[in-house]
Design a protein around this ligand. Structure first.
Ligand code: BES
Ligand code: ZN
Ligand code: ZN
Length: 493
């Protein structure tokens, strides 16, 4: 994506379309910028009220004597109620409208908006344009030739300078990392294996500054006594992988945020096999791992002056004669024995080993895990929010703040200690599941058993990581959720 600026309306040159912003006025759409000459050319449509300027409304008109053949009138809704999220949602409609007409080069008139700081304005616009400008095409053959799905190739911000350009380019870097995570989620489960994720993590060491990758193979995982990751791996012919990616943006500091990702490359449910209808999307079960890798890529490319370590436990949860069994007891890195309540609750097992290893070996300042952990979180929030559970109010509040800034909303659930009773086992130290009620929270209560007093937050992204239809600025399938959230969080530390 080429992003450039030009100092004035007069200095712009040709493009496929000029994007002209409007507010929704009392009677009709109102100009959202002071470019009087342009708005005169739009008067016809505005007068007919065919276009009202409401949020996300997008109409193309054809003009002559301008550097562009088309103007795209874009509604931004109420001027006073403007937010960055509303900008994202509105500008996403412009990208969709341009895709329908295969328009790839846009000139952009920035709205004058008192309700929002200039940086946020540019951010909202660029993210709104770029986030939907994605399609997973690597498995398409003929279909793609007929219908190219990613068309936006260049945007030019008018009446903008160096500062605005830097803000826009930063957004583009983050969006690239979001797409990197989306690609990992969308790829075939038989391609995006634990070994592939390991190779991707090693690739980051090559392509990104200050990144170091270590991968533990099955033998090393056995040596570390990660018996829970190994239990889940039993049914799979592919070996598990335990991936550690360090980004040292501030070597002088001892501060370190560890991001732990669930990397189940396909979740069949194991012997407690998922039924038809529940398994088809389960290549998404490594979306936590994808978000961790994407965040590290973005942090390095942005040159953030912080330290982050990504920890990914990865395996398939397959079914076979070697599969781990419900009712059996396995012991992991922490030395605690776990009675398997249900083999489909595999995520908490591999995370337990990853969290215990993190606490014991990595000296984290704080830990954030991301996992497509429970179907129940999708029942609770649909795709509108990620579930947050934490042992630390300050960390939870910072994450919630990042959620509201980025539009990747978080909602915190209570970790009442009473839930712990449901995980009691008569045969082991703890049981992995505790019945249907409150099952997203019970999963977090289980994880907490493997964390000490270190500030820790668990993000259940089962509802937000994968969409069955395109929605607002997110495409169908993998959303890359977590990358923008975590970068915003890390920037504000
Ligand atoms: N990977 C699933 C959770 C999931 C569901 C992710 C829907 C994305 C969309 C997880 O491993 C799982 O199967 N959890 C079980 C736990 C239960 C057996 C206690 C669930 O939520 O049903
Ligand atoms: Zn499962
Ligand atoms: Zn799973």
């Amino acid at each position: 994506m080429e992003i450039i600026t030009t100092p004035s309306l007069e200095s712009r040159d040709e493009a496929d379309l000029l994007l002209v912003p409007f507010w929704k006025g009392k009677k009709h759409a109102e100009a959202a910028a002071s470019a009087v000459s342009l708005y005169k050319l739009c008067a016809g449509v505005v007068d007919t009220r065919d276009f009202s300027g409401k949020e996300g409304e997008f109409v193309i008109i054809y003009v002559s004597g301008q550097p562009e053949k088309r103007f795209g009138l874009l509604g931004l809704g109420d001027q006073d109620a403007m937010t960055v999220e509303k900008l994202r949602r509105s500008y996403a409609q412009a990208t969709k409208g341009c895709r329908a007409k295969k328009l790839s080069k846009l000139n952009i008139v920035l709205p004058d908006c008192k309700a929002i700081a200039l940086d946020d304005l540019v951010k909202g616009i660029v993210e709104g344009l770029l986030l939907p400008n994605y399609a997973f095409t690597s498995l398409q053959k003929d279909a793609l030739k007929k219908e190219p799905q990613v068309v936006l190739k260049g945007i030019k911000l008018i009446a903008a300078g160096k500062h605005e350009l830097a803000v826009a380019q930063k957004c583009a870097t983050i969006c690239e990392a979001v797409n990197f995570a989306r690609d990992l989620v969308n790829g075939n489960a038989d391609d995006i294996t634990p070994q592939y994720l390991s190779a991707v993590a090693r690739g980051l060491e090559k392509t990104c500054d200050h990144v170091k990758t270590t991968v533990l193979n099955k033998k090393q995982i056995e040596k570390e006594k990660m018996g829970l990751l190994l239990a889940v791996n039993r049914g799979s012919f592919r070996e598990p992988a335990f991936i550690i990616v360090e980004y040292k943006g501030n070597p002088k500091s001892k501060e370190k945020t560890v991001l732990v990702g669930k990397g189940i490359t396909f979740d069949t449910g194991g012997l407690n096999l998922k039924p038809t209808g529940s398994m088809e999307t389960m290549k998404c079960d490594m979306a936590g791992a994808a978000a961790v890798l994407g965040t590290i890529q973005a942090a390095s490319n942005l040159g953030l002056k912080i330290n982050i370590t990504g920890v990914i436990a990865s395996t398939e949860n397959s079914i076979g004669s070697y599969s781990f069994k419900p009712g059996d007891v396995y012991t992991g890195y922490a030395g605690k024995s776990v009675e398997i309540g249900n083999t489909d609750a595999e995520g908490r097992l591999i995370l337990a080993d990853a969290l215990a290893y993190t606490i014991d070996r990595l000296k984290p300042t704080r830990i954030i895990d991301l996992a497509t952990l429970t179907g129940a979180i999708e029942i609770t929030f649909g795709d509108e929010a990620t579930g947050l559970m934490s042992n630390n109010d300050a960390l939870a509040d910072l994450l919630i703040q990042a959620g509201s800034v980025t539009g990747e909303r978080l909602w915190r659930l209570p970790m009442y200690e009473e839930f712990r009773d449901s995980l009691k086992s008569d045969i082991a130290d703890i049981k992995s599941t505790g019945g249907r009620g409150g099952s997203s929270i019970k999963a977090a209560i289980f994880l907490q058993e493997f964390v000490d007093k270190t500030p820790w937050a668990h993000l259940d992204i089962a509802g937000t990581a994968f969409l069955s239809d395109a929605r607002r600025y997110n495409p169908k399938y993998g959303t890359g959720v977590g990358v923008r959230l975590l970068i915003s969080f890390l920037e504000h530390l």
